[in-house]
Design a protein around this ligand. Structure first.
Ligand code: V07
Length: 257
């Protein structure tokens, strides 16, 4: 079984069998707010960038397990439009991470048939960051496995404003009438138009808010929060979140039956 390698310890055997019997309920789209990297470093009296570097290793681990479990889309909030307010050195380091990550992980991404995508304002990113991401997106565009979707320079309200502007432009040009506009129309103008809505949102590090992340898309999503800091988040935590999702889904199923 594909779960075996993530559940070596006996105490997880029960959880493994529960997941096994619910393989059809693995959430198709999981979105994660990867919080707590700075705090992880601070607790170790290390610089914040050490936390970001450790957080990048977690991205690799979780992308692997998501792929193994058959998750279709994994959206990771890597950099918000608010993050530009951080110290210049920290922002510069963060903007070097996509290159670092892809230098090391792109061969495995290709082996695993993973497709790299991005949502957010690419134009606001430094040239070298854009280049690395474009290269990875181009190289993996025909891969049919897991979609590894990075939210970078992303803000949900800005996304909605942009969508409204292009929609209204179409109205102004007579290509769309106000009467025709439905929820599906609005959806088509968002950066996620080609993706299913997230089934499960995970936020690490004990914060319980959305921080301008996928406000429209999360309307029906199950939320799961943990105190665990992102660099400490592991395969078992990820499975625990999926299991909580499956339990809630089963309850809901019972009520509607
Ligand atoms: C970043 C590591 C994870 C914790 C959160 C903040 C720091 C991976 C990427 C990345 C982005 C695009 C891409 C490939 C990899 C990344 C930023 C920060 C800005 F195509 N991790 N990671 N980008 N952190």
């Amino acid at each position: 079984m594909i779960f075996k390698k993530f559940f070596k310890k006996a105490k997880f055997e029960k959880r493994e069998s529960e997941l096994d019997s619910n393989i059809e309920e693995i959430p198709s789209h999981i979105a994660i707010i990867m919080d707590g990297n700075g705090r992880w470093a601070k607790r170790r009296a290390m610089p914040r960038i050490a936390g970001h570097q450790e957080g990048m290793k977690t991205v690799r681990r979780i992308a692997r397990v998501a792929d193994e479990l058959g998750v279709k889309v994994l959206t990771l909030y890597a950099f918000s439009t608010e993050n530009w307010k951080r110290p210049k050195t920290e922002v510069e380091y963060l903007m070097s991470l996509p290159e670092k990550f892809l230098d090391e992980f792109l061969p495995e991404i290709m082996e695993r048939n993973i497709c790299v995508q991005m949502i957010g304002e690419k134009e606001g990113l430094p040239e070298h960051t854009k280049r690395a991401i474009n290269k990875a997106m181009e190289k993996t565009k025909n891969n049919t496995g897991l979609i590894l979707n990075f939210a970078l320079n992303y803000g949900s309200r800005a996304e909605i404003v942009k969508a409204m502007k292009s929609m209204m432009k179409e109205v102004q040009e007579g290509k769309l009438t106000i009467e025709e506009i439905t929820e599906e129309t609005v959806n088509q103008y968002l950066m996620t138009s080609h993706l299913p809505e997230p089934d499960l949102l995970i936020r690490t590090s004990g914060e319980v808010r959305l921080s301008n992340f996928m406000l429209w898309q999360l309307a029906y999503t199950e939320f799961w929060f943990t105190e665990t800091l992102w660099p400490d988040f592991d395969e078992e935590d990820f499975m625990e979140a999926i299991q909580a999702y499956q339990k809630r889904n089963r309850r809901y199923g019972g009520l509607t039956d």
